[in-house]
Design a protein around this ligand. Structure first.
Ligand SMILES: Cc1ncc(COP(=O)(O)O)c(C=O)c1O
Length: 503
């Protein structure tokens, strides 16, 4: 049986299929007659049949029976006028089906990153390519470094974006700072602290782990006790904003404690940078890394890092060779340092143009207003989610405005993946799932960077309300939006009063 026939037999009649898919009966009848379901219906059919007919089966069948054709050229016209099928010996390596240019759908991204990207950043990214040592590019690199110093609130000379995602920034810190045998205290309160531990082990360090319950912040007292018991600790590592739980730790106090015991600090600011204050110099953070795709709202693949002078001296004083050639700070300095730039690796130039523009947007908005925006939309979203009967995982005082993790009601847990799938298919809306022990138990709503806008908050609330009520939850569609509107109104009133008082 082909997919169209299976679909009809699943629901009994063509009329029932058309009712469920909200389609004209003639469309379903055409599927049955032609013997396949067109590829564009693959996701809807998979959703309606609750996975009994998978999208991939429909796509394979449709491609087999109605191969996609290249529209811009005749069938046997190659790029240089020669035949593209038949005698070309390289054809045996060509993909089985013809491939079109890729056009991603327009999604509303409210997961834990990546975020949507501001049109100015996308336009900048599509500018003509130039060389990574072009004098114009080199000038832009200096501006980029100074914009990064602004978002990190630091005067650290060694502040630049490593080529690679946040995980590369993480490895850059550990691989440069941890020598084999070094004792490193790793504070774990979610997925990403666990990755820090992996890095310590792979660098040959001696880890001392402080495990916390997921959803709680790193406890400065436990850090102090651990350092007292391990006075030979060289480094303390922790995640400022744990993306897997939406929990913010008190970075300032943790750094203070580490310094009392003469340890250097490595801070993960992948989710915090640009969404809440990250005051590198004021807090005395030694080494820090972030990612371009969260509150900086740029394309993924760059990791801003910053080392203070203590770390630079520590790395330069190492007697052993740093175990990664690509991430060796001394070699990278040759390209990102202040003078005499030399080739290290081919920098991702257009992505760097984009980061420059994304940071410029923050500079124009100002960091203070950027934090206030994240807080405002977090509060509206939170009010709406709570009006829907959802509860936050993390206590109010530790909640991260840009990463909202809520517990999924038990009745919905078996269908949580279906909820996310329906949000994506029906509303083009992406939200995040839980990770590790929280998989299936929480949803994560990101209000980060350019995704942090009122229209996204309202879409998220109404789409979630509609899907949950469809699945039989006692959710009153419209209540969440009304609560969020009310929260916005209160905030506007408060802001107007403040303005009046200042004037
Ligand atoms: C706190 C934290 N650290 C590190 C990473 C790793 O970043 P990337 O996925 O860009 O490699 C992430 C990614 O979500 C993160 O949230």
């Amino acid at each position: 049986m082909n997919c169209a026939e299976r679909l009809v037999s699943l629901f009994g009649t063509q009329a029932e299929v058309s009712r469920r898919l909200k389609l004209d009966r003639a469309v379903v009848s055409h599927w049955v007659k032609s013997g396949y379901i067109p590829a564009r219906w693959a996701m809807e059919v998979e959703a309606v049949s609750e996975g009994r007919i998978e999208a991939v089966e429909i796509l394979n069948e449709a491609n087999r029976l109605r191969p996609v054709r290249v529209k811009s050229r005749g069938e046997d016209e190659g790029v240089f006028g020669s035949a593209i099928t038949g005698s070309d010996i390289m054809n045996s390596f060509a993909p089985a089906k013809r491939i079109h240019s890729f056009h991603p759908p327009q999604r509303t991204l409210m997961g834990p990153g990546p975020t949507e990207i501001h049109p100015r950043v996308l336009t900048t990214m599509s500018q003509p390519a130039i060389g990574y040592l072009d004098p114009v590019f080199v000038e832009m690199m200096e501006e980029l470094k100074s914009l990064l110093r602004y978002v990190y609130q630091t005067k650290n000379a060694l502040t630049f974006p490593v080529s690679g995602p946040g995980s590369v920034g993480m490895e850059y810190c550990f691989v440069n700072m941890v020598s084999p045998g070094d004792k490193v205290v790793v504070c774990i309160n979610g997925v990403f602290g666990g990755r820090m531990l992996e890095n310590v082990i792979r660098c040959g360090g001696v880890p001392v782990v402080i495990e916390h319950e997921w959803g709680t912040p790193v406890d400065p007292q436990r850090l102090e006790d651990t350092l007292k018991a391990n006075p030979d600790t060289k480094i303390v590592a922790f995640v400022h904003a744990e993306t897997s739980t939406g929990c913010l730790s008190d970075a300032k106090t943790l750094v203070e404690v580490a310094h009392r015991y003469n340890a250097l600090t490595i801070v993960d600011a992948v989710t915090s940078l640009g969404g809440v204050p990250v005051l590198v110099d004021e807090w005395g953070v030694d080494a820090i890394y972030s990612g371009s795709q969260k509150c900086l709202s740029c394309t993924p693949g760059l990791s801003p890092v910053s080392f203070n002078e203590r770390v630079v001296e520590h790395v330069k004083a190492r007697k052993d060779k740093i175990h990664s050639w690509f991430m060796d700070m001394n070699l990278l300095l040759g390209y990102w340092g202040a003078t005499n730039r030399t080739y290290h690796h081919t920098a991702p130039t257009n992505s760097l143009f984009a980061l420059h523009e994304a940071l410029l947007l923050i500079r124009e908005e100002t960091l203070e207003d950027c934090f206030a925006r994240h807080r405002r939309h977090h509060l509206a979203l939170k009010t709406g989610l709570e009006a829907m009967g959802l509860h936050f995982l993390v206590k109010e005082e530790y909640q991260i405005p840009q990463m909202n993790a809520v517990r999924i009601p038990e009745a919905i847990q078996p269908k949580e993946a279906e909820v996310r799938k329906r949000l994506l298919n029906e509303f083009n809306l992406e939200i995040g799932a839980g990770l590790g022990p929280l998989a299936g138990k929480i949803w994560r709503f990101g209000t980060m960077g350019y995704s942090c806008r009122p229209e996204n908050v309202m879409l998220c609330l109404s789409a979630l309300g509609s899907v949950m009520s469809d699945l039989g939850m006692p959710v009153h569609v419209g209540d969440a939006e009304a609560a969020a509107h009310d929260a916005y109104a209160q905030m506007h009133k408060h802001a107007a009063l403040q303005k009046k008082r200042v004037a």
